[in-house]
Design a protein around this ligand. Structure first.
Ligand code: RIB
Ligand code: CA
Length: 310
């Protein structure tokens, strides 16, 4: 059993990652969810997190984190996720309790309260995690590892060189990657291969409540992805959770990662030193390959399990 905390900016793919984490309680003990301004404003992504957790009848503490990045103003992604940040599904508006603590203080409290180590799962910009590490370096010894969706070694999606989560807050990302903590980086190199096909999306219809929610999420996300040239839908954030459940369906290489934080065209680029004798410790496992079939099977099995529960 692995203790985890999820920091996210729901976000269609964030929502699917939370769903799969909750469907695999025998392996993942989800201690809490925090939100970060990213795909949409903090208020909108927090509302989306409430909707997902309420829909799943979860009993998981939720706290809202930072509204934006450390230095520059927040740049949201309505073109990808819609005005709500999670367009597509209908939610009945049931409320869900929100902690009155800031997400960073919440993460800190969970870390010091726990007698066991905790894995941090980061699915959005890394501002909350950077502030946790900077403000409370003593928690590093309690962090089992950080598994994150972010970056890309040879390309980006927000710019030609930078992936969205990193581009929103490059300074925070540099703090996290250079923290010395063991990191699993699910960057675009692997997440763009972790795609679900239109036929697989359509197969989710009429199977059950949670599969239908996944259909509603993915059918919007698939249409939205077409403007960027995608035919199928990469479920980026799910890779960060899927690795914890089935690491053997992934392949990767160790590297030391720096993030470009200047204001050049390379801002937000994740630079990987993979050399045998790298200049600095290779603390990051950069995922490069995934067994797509097994990845989708994990999602569908998780949905089917929750269909029978909810
Ligand atoms: O680049 C993909 C990432 O940006 C995902 O985390 C998605 O949710 C958006 O936040
Ligand atoms: Ca996300």
């Amino acid at each position: 059993m692995r203790n985890i905390l999820i920091d996210c900016d729901p976000g269609h793919d964030d929502a699917l990652a939370i769903i799969v984490a909750l469907a695999n309680k025998q392996k993942l003990n989800l201690l809490g969810v925090t939100t970060i301004g990213g795909n949409q404003t903090l208020a909108k992504v927090t509302k989306n997190a409430k909707n997902i957790l309420s829909f799943l009848q979860a009993d998981i503490p939720l706290a809202a984190g930072q509204s934006g990045p450390l230095v520059k103003p927040l740049k949201t992604a309505p073109e990808a996720h819609g005005d709500s940040g999670m367009d597509g599904p209908y939610f009945d508006g049931s409320d869900y309790p929100l902690s009155n603590m800031n997400g960073v203080d919440f993460l800190y409290k969970k870390m010091i309260e726990s007698k066991e180590n905790i894995t941090l799962v980061a699915l959005g910009p890394l501002t909350n995690l950077a502030l946790l590490i900077k403000n409370h370096p003593e928690v590093k010894e309690k962090i089992e590892c950080i598994t994150l969706m972010g970056g890309g070694i040879d390309h980006g999606n927000q710019t030609a060189l930078a992936e969205f989560n990193i581009y929103v807050d490059p300074e925070a990302a540099e703090i996290v990657f250079q923290s010395g903590l063991p990191i699993i980086m699910a960057g675009l190199d692997v997440t763009e291969k972790a795609e679900i096909t239109v036929a697989e999306i359509n197969s989710l219809q009429g199977k059950g409540k949670v599969s239908q929610l996944a259909y509603d999420l993915l059918s919007f996300y698939n249409k939205s992805g077409q403007q960027f040239g995608f035919i199928n839908s990469p479920i980026h954030d799910l890779c960060a959770v899927a690795y914890l459940l089935e690491p053997d369906i992934f392949k990767g290489k160790l590297a030391n990662i720096h993030v470009i934080t200047d204001y050049s065209l390379a801002r937000g680029l994740t630079y990987g030193d993979f050399r045998k004798i790298a200049a600095e410790p290779k603390n990051t496992l950069v995922l490069e390959e995934v067994d797509r079939q097994k990845f989708v099977e994990l999602l569908i099995a998780s949905l089917t399990y929750l269909d029978e529960k909810i």
